[in-house]
Design a protein around this ligand. Sequence first.
Ligand code: NCD
Ligand code: ZN
Length: 422
Amino acid sequence: MIIIKGGKIVSPFAIIAADIAIDENGKIAHIGRNIDYKGAEVVDAGGLHILPGAIDAHVHFRDPEDTSKEDFSTGSASALAGGVTTIIDMPNYKNPATTTLEAYAAKRAIAASKSRCDYQLRFGASETNQREAEESGAPSLKLFLTDTKSDLRCSNEAAIKHFKTFSKYRPVCVHAEDKARIEERQKHYHAHEKIRDKIASQIACEFALKEAAKLDRRVHICHVTTGLEIELVRRYPNATHEVNPAHLFLSTDDLKRLGPLGKINPPIRDKREVAALWRLLGDDTIIASDHAPHLISHKMDGAPGFPGVGTLLPLMLNAVHDKRLTLEQVARMCSCNPAHAFKLAGKCFFEINADADFVLVDMKKKWKITAENRMSKCSWTPFEGKEVYGKIEGVYLRGKLAYDGEKVLSEPGEGKEVKSVF
Ligand code: NCD
Ligand code: ZN
């Protein structure tokens, strides 16, 4: 038995001063005042907040596709250093694309041997693999409505077929940007954010929502970048949405400074749209990083995407310091909402028999984000040098100290696959 004593537990509803007892199986046995067990190991959490471990439902750990950028060992280290205890990894695009049963099985084996944090794997939708996607039994499916120069793009017709065949209770996660509009705008514009404009996102978002609603199926809209998309999602009871912190904490004003590093799909939006996104964040929002590591040399050649799994929670905690959010909202958006949306068994901290995944945070302590302390193999972050409040002093995964505030203690292979309950 371990007892975490004297901390302030952050639930989605309130902050409560209470102790946590963790049993031998790494589950939460009890939350209450002044818990004492003879012979228990006691951890002093005095002055610290205890948040549920963050769940990042959108990461690209690149294993085995391109391990020069990231792999399960480094990606999961970065996750733990940022207070993320569970991730959902996206399908590969090639080498091999995670669009076949064999590739999916092979990737599960890799994750099992290399991941330091808990994980789940998403299957990839190709133009023709509807049958395999369903047969895979994967808990969720990733579907791109626009080109990523890979096997993973689906035409609108193929997307509708996937919507029909993939189990309707399991989320189809849609990268929603309209291919036809983007191709048309490529003829007239040069700037990335002009080509892939916000209307391209909104058209594809509405398409996915309408088609999913016709079938009464679960759909999840990845990385929305506009207020309107959130409003659209809210019209459909079976739809959820996620927001990438990059789209909350960066605007087109930052693109000059970032140069080629600032390219991401969907693009960073202007300040007005960023403000709309903030206004529309709500109790149903999921924060997910779209951790898309690329080496700087690849960024210089135009690769889109940012690393983000290690900065997700720190940026949100700093937003609490800046009084833009409450800690309760952060617990909800970064942990409870993704646990519920993807039905992650044992991963909702406040439910019976939950895994003891939590983060000890000193909200008064200021520290500096660097690529080095974020630990991604890609070795850069768009938030390099940013000073933030809310220092992560410890991360527990299933009751075991996995990050001590400086070092990741969890070894490759200690992460476990998380089941979904449908
Ligand atoms: C993603 C990547 O690099 O895997 N990049 C990105 O800009 N978000 C792919 C994608 O989602 O387009
Ligand atoms: Zn995407």
